[in-house]
Design a protein around this ligand. Structure first.
Ligand code: ATP
Length: 355
């Protein structure tokens, strides 16, 4: 029997101690707030002038607070008063708020902020993933080292914008001007299927779950195959990686064990680099699978990713565990609920959280 089912009456009895789950109105806020509502929490969207009306239009959003710009959120934390609020971060938090902003906030925060340093630095992230024994694309220090097709990634690029495919060292020399005086990395180009695996690690039970997975649909790289290679000759077509949307995918079951192992190893090493809590809650390993069914890891996101929005009603994988609609957003709320019920909130919040 699940912990939450066992203690449901207690939760009801404690309903006077109402907790509100809050997040910024963007990215996966609808999923997070719907999940929080379904688990019995009050919900709050912190929106801006453009998004306020949208979030008000959903009946599971109990409250909307409008602020001029998401970047200013840390200044407006006072608006939330002395209420029992827990912030659930998503991708827009790292886009709008600096690491320092994150660390300055003392409002209860789901997740471990210490891991953000390891995620934000490409070098530290590589150390972390290597220590977890994952296959990583080779990295080249300079153009002259390039001995295979590569992808050049500008620092601070988002949503695949600012990436450049180069065939070889000669190609790099010809086009290096495009990245001159900017910070970038040169990475081996892995040809295969991109697969983004969404995990949830529960610090309360010590169990890792595969929640769902998706592949991104990117323009124009995913459409180049629609034009025969011969017809592309002379067109000077450059692949670009701008994400347009996400498509669901279920993985060959024979490859699932490796997907699970990768998640376990990443969590194990995270406890060594950011002791004792390590990485917990939702995270995503972004992979490319080659014809020999090897996973190469491009990146890790240490929080809920937008690809989970496909599964607001649950995924085939979450259904196996829950037999009810269980999105990643709802799974986060379930963890918070279980923590509240077992008096373990401190295990699922960042240590900076002032309760
Ligand atoms: P987001 O912030 O939305 O996650 P991003 O800017 O971090 O995007 P990545 O997810 O790292 O970008 O990569 C974007 C796309 O670039 C990938 O989906 C993939 O198509 C391509 N890509 C990245 N690294 C490689 C690689 N080493 N080999 C082949 N393709 C790659």
């Amino acid at each position: 029997m699940m912990l939450a089912e066992k203690v449901e009456p207690l939760f009801e009895a404690k309903s006077h101690e109402f907790y509100t789950i809050a997040t910024l109105g963007s990215h996966s806020a609808l999923q997070i707030l719907k999940g929080a509502h379904d688990e019995g929490f009050r919900t709050l969207a912190i929106a801006n002038r453009q998004t306020e009306r949208l979030y008000r239009s959903f009946n599971f959003v109990d409250e909307v607070i409008g602020i001029p710009r998401y970047e200013d959120f840390p200044e407006h934390v006072g608006l939330l008063g002395n209420r029992k609020i827990i912030i659930v971060p998503h991708g827009s938090f790292v886009a709008y708020l600096s690491l320092e902003d994150h660390k300055r906030m003392t409002i209860p925060y789901f997740g471990n902020k210490a891991i953000l340093d390891w995620e934000a630095s490409r070098e530290l992230q590589r150390q972390w993933l290597s220590a977890a024994g994952l296959n990583l694309p080779r990295q080249f220090r300079s153009g002259s080292e390039i001995d295979r097709p590569v992808i050049v990634k500008l620092y601070g690029a988002h949503g695949g914008k600012g990436y450049m495919f180069l065939r070889d060292a000669h190609d790099f020399e010809e086009r290096a001007g495009l990245v001159a005086r900017r910070n970038y990395i040169i990475q081996e180009y892995i040809i295969g299927v991109p697969l983004y695996i969404h995990y949830f690690y529960s610090p309360l039970t010590g169990r890792l779950e595969i929640m769902s997975m998706d592949r991104r649909y990117e323009t124009n790289v995913d459409s180049l195959g629609r034009i025969p290679a011969a017809a592309q000759e002379g067109l000077d077509l450059q692949p670009s990686y701008v994400v347009v949307g996400n498509a669901p995918l279920s993985l060959r079951e024979s490859m699932l064990a490796e997907a699970y192992r990768m998640g376990e190893e990443v969590v194990r090493v995270s406890k060594e680099i950011c002791p004792p809590k390590g990485l917990f809650g939702a995270f995503c390993i972004e992979t490319i699978i080659t014809p020999d069914t090897q996973f190469y890891v491009m990146e890790i996101s240490a929080r809920i990713v937008a690809g989970t929005n496909l599964f607001i009603d649950g995924s085939p994988y979450s259904y196996l565990n829950y037999s009810e609609p269980m999105s990643t957003g709802r799974r986060i709320a379930r963890e918070l609920k279980n923590a509240l019920l077992s008096n373990s909130l401190r295990y699922v919040l960042d240590d900076s959280s002032v309760l």
